[in-house]
Design a protein around this ligand. Sequence first.
Ligand code: GLN
Length: 513
Amino acid sequence: MSMNNTPNNTDLHDLGVAELAARLAQREVSSVEVAQHFLKRIQQHEALGAFLAVDADVSLAQAKAADARLAAGERTPLLGVPLAHKDVFVTRDFPTTAGSRMLENYRSPFDATVVARLGVNPGGAGMVTLGKLNCDEFAMGSGNDNSAYKPVHNPWDVSRIPGGSSGGSAAAVAARLVPAATGTDTGGSIRQPASLTGITGIKPTYGRCSRYGMVAFASSLDQAGPMARSALDCALLLSSMAAPDPDRDSTSLDLPALDYASDLIAASAHKQGATPLKGLRIGLPKQFFGAGCSADVLQTVRAALADYEKLGATLVDVDLPLTELSIPVYYVIAPAEASSNLSRFDGVRYGHRAAHYSDLNDMYRKSRSEGFGDEAKRRIMIGAYVLSHGYYDAYYLKAQKIRRLIAQDFQKAFTQCNVIAGPVSPTVAWKIGEKSNDPVASYLADIYTLSSSLAGLPGMSVPAGFGEGGMPVGLQLIGNYFKEAQLLGAAHQYQLATDWHLRKPAGSQGVSV
Ligand code: GLN
């Protein structure tokens, strides 16, 4: 059979993960051809800034390995489909920088668990890695403007940020440079960029995916998750990503891998006028619908909720009274953990070392001054301060206590509803540079994602329409612990009834920056 006479090879990039997997399984197209197609697009859209590392030889060798498995008759759901990884997942075959000069040219001797579970190595799902995706330095940021290398541009309007910190992942999926990507979410970094670029992303329950091989930011919050165009595609990836890893991450949950996608596929027979979400109670926290949210975002989210009612869901009011405190609480706890995690970058064991220094202390000081960017330094200082003797009780301990109360409020809310909904971000994507000189302004934009992160709950962003400037708006769905399947199901039914997730930026045909 010739693989070269494939019809529609030119629009392979418009296919999602499930569709590409089906074509690969039918042997209508080879994994090498798919990889070549996307590599070319990545090159054509380099100006978006989404990728930090690409290596065609490595990717094509992986694609050949996938083709060999396909030729041998293997049919697994992701085999041969390409993806790219946020540059905080360590990879043997590509450099890993975490968006920082500190790790420039760093190569890990091993793959992160999530990378290995998805990859073409024996035992992996067989996905082909097309490269590493730009992100805010050590995943600290909301606009991908903290990357030490280059900013990422939003494919819907290249003068705007794509969100952060998984901005490269979001821009690459939205611009169809790759059908899916990994992201990490510590305080919103999967959901917020997904929302601002019109794609689907899910942050699972804390501990659902192994953190082994993720460059650590705030360990009690960090969580990996998939970003793709649809809930079904996210479900396909999550089924391979989420599994216990007891020997390598003691906080990984003792919950077996689940086939999240099968239920969605079984439910795909959606009929017009049917009410597949009958029985689903959606809680709307009044704190998520207040004056802090811009009118265009509120209107879009409310329209999406009206569609959920048509699908059979019931809307109920719930109360999350400590929502506002999630900002100070997060911005005490996350920097505290970051200051500890980043202490390993000392110029001795990892990454950058200053070229000239007088003694050991001078070497530490110069290496860290040169290697870290402004935001990382800011967080190290805040973290060291709130953990210091005399301030620990007033800030860190107090924040931990409020964190517990925030988690308890969610449990109270979940006695009235199954899922909580609201906006992801109070505005659409802002202009590049707009908040660069005002870190607090970008901290405040995290208001709707931080509380569920502090509670360790799963959350997702589902494309729900467009706001100011024709920019995408996401609907946030937050579930109770381990309820990823319920979230994905609620998103999938909405996506069967709407087409927001299928819209694509005009610029994706040829983005110029
Ligand atoms: N924007 C938040 C921060 O800067 C969240 C980042 C994240 O989830 N990695 O910390």
